[in-house]
Design a protein around this ligand. Sequence first.
Ligand code: URA
Length: 288
Amino acid sequence: MIPTTPLDPAGLRELLSFYADAGVDEPLTEEPSNRFEERSSRAAAPEATRPADLAAAGNAPAPARAPAAPAQPVPRPAQPAAIPDEAQAARARELARQARTLDELKAILADFDGCNLRHTAKNLVFADGNPEADFMLVGEAPGRDEDLQGLPFVGRSGQLLDRMLAAIGRDRTSAYISNVIPWRPPGNRDPSPLETEICRPFIERHVELVAPKVLVTLGNPSTKLLLGTQTGIMRMRGTWSVHRTQSGMEIATMPTLHPAYLLRNPAHKKLTWRDFLAIKMRLRELEG
Ligand code: URA
């Protein structure tokens, strides 16, 4: 609820940071609005009612001088929202199978309209780091900073992840990073089981194309998905498992705690430190 009495600057700052902590990081109106419907009706608007066309058709005077407009993200062509269902998951499986390279997989994802998270996200968050690396980490889903930059793990938990990598002598030139879900869920909500199922073939193919020697799953969702387990992260972490790709490749996998969890529970950092030491040793053994 917006307060009815004016706030001084300090009070306003406090209120805004309270909202940001609660995940409210977009200014909205008092009334809810259906963005999917807006997109579809914009797409369906008769040609001559769009402002640019009216001006071009001489129905409206072209402005003598363009008014200064704030920088806007480049709009994507409007696409009707898909109903997330098993058919979309089947389409995702088929499309992911077709990707022969990471560039093809990225292009397929950029085109894929079967997951509605793409409509509320600003950017596709595909991956960061070195795809030739022997070491790949997979998180859950992008947050606000990742969505704005189109890169995984660039916010606070990304900074912690970078420090964890540095502790074992790695950085983004010697590690490759992605997420189970490549679009930010609105307000950082959990992705639904169906959204996860629709995105699953893409991250599975992603891992298969990178073919790292060591895979690290960060937190519960990526551990459950890539190891096909229902066992919680607290029991899974710190022990080696195997991720089997569709083509039968077996990849040594270490589940560990998610950096966002560690920011909230710093006492558990020592557990992840142990996991990272085990990862470092394994990578060293594999180097020969
Ligand atoms: N958390 C994730 O799981 N992934 C990101 O990219 C950022 C935060």
